[in-house]
Ligand binder design. Structure first.
Ligand code: AHR
Length: 316
């Protein structure tokens, strides 16, 4: 067959545009991800892990950082709905106040997966929750402390963000175990907002209020970052963290393993940050018409100083 002159002259341009088309990313799906912020080392790992997982799967992930504000998260979810995304990942900063916006997503037939934290809304309003059991984490922390102190300990507690399921449930789990030990008491408890600076500041006030802190047996911090800030405060008060005051926290970030290896912290419970894979799998299963469990659990073990150096080297 003979090609016309005009068509032949168009061939280089056609080849070029085909190459552009082939090299542009062809996204399988578009999801929105409303993240709480970047208050802790764990949160940053979680964000990075979810973004990497989306990229590996060819998902176009629209990311929104709420900077700890629920109203920013509600705005982000509404904007994802308006853009007609295929699914929404929501890490809710607090537990209450989500019914309305979840109903809007449901009306638009967009599945919502709760990531890491829970809400008090009706479970029919979201597809699933991919999260650890915070109550179990609190109970595990208290059981370790009870064994370590033979059930005799005056404890100071650094709580996470007020109103968050992570803070509420970790406290519930911890309290339920120590209530079985008449000589284990929480003598001070306040929020440090899951930040290192908050942990340091509140620990300083605990030490001051407790006449320097000699009578404090242990610190239970709802996350490692607050524990790391508190360790600084304990050292500045001329006490030895992990010896004069036991230090126990949750997350298992590299810096707490460094502190444990250096003899400044006693235990941490792992919170898995790799929640993107199970969340994307759940949406894919839902799209195939499969039933999805309402809670996909991701609990981790308790780590002690004996493996801290090894864990630090592996995770940093
Ligand atoms: O919701 C999980 C908690 O939030 C983590 O323990 C803490 O580090 C984070 O900021």
């Amino acid at each position: 067959m003979k090609l016309s002159k005009t068509f032949t002259s168009m061939l280089p341009a056609l080849a070029a545009s085909t190459a552009v088309l082939l090299s542009s990313p062809a996204f399988a799906e578009t999801y929105g991800f409303s993240q709480i912020g970047s208050e802790s080392g764990w949160r940053t790992s979680e964000t990075n892990s979810i973004k990497a997982e989306a990229e590996a799967r060819g998902i176009d992930l629209k990311f929104s950082d709420a900077q700890q504000r629920q109203e920013n998260q509600i705005k982000a979810v509404r904007s994802f709905i308006a853009q007609g995304v295929d699914g929404i990942l929501l890490a809710p900063v607090v537990e209450t106040g989500w019914d309305q916006v979840l109903r809007e997503a449901q009306r638009a037939e967009i599945p919502v997966v709760l990531i890491d934290r829970g809400v008090d809304a009706d479970p029919s309003l979201y597809l699933t929750k991919v999260a650890s059991d915070f109550t179990e984490e609190g109970a595990l922390a208290a059981s370790w402390l009870a064994a370590e102190t033979n059930g005799v300990c005056d404890i100071v507690e650094l709580q996470g963000t007020v109103g968050s399921s992570a803070a509420i449930d970790r406290k519930t789990g911890f309290d339920s175990v120590i209530s079985n030990f008449p000589n284990m008491n929480i003598i001070r408890s306040q929020s440090g907002d899951f930040t290192r600076a908050g942990g340091k500041e509140v620990m300083e006030s605990f030490l001051k209020a407790e006449g320097g802190g000699d009578n404090i047996c242990a610190l239970f911090a709802h996350n490692d970052d607050m524990a790391l800030g508190a360790i600084q405060a304990i050292k500045e008060a001329q006490l030895q963290p992990a010896e004069d005051i036991l230090v126990l926290s949750i997350d298992a970030v590299p810096d707490i393993f460094r502190a444990m290896a250096d003899g400044e912290a006693n235990a941490t419970i792992e919170l898995n940050p790799h929640l993107g894979g199970p969340a994307f799998d759940a949406i894919a299963a839902h799209e195939q018409g499969e039933e999805v469990d309402k809670w996909i659990k991701a609990n981790g073990p308790l780590y002690l100083p004996d493996t801290a150096e090894e864990e630090y080297q592996a995770r940093r």
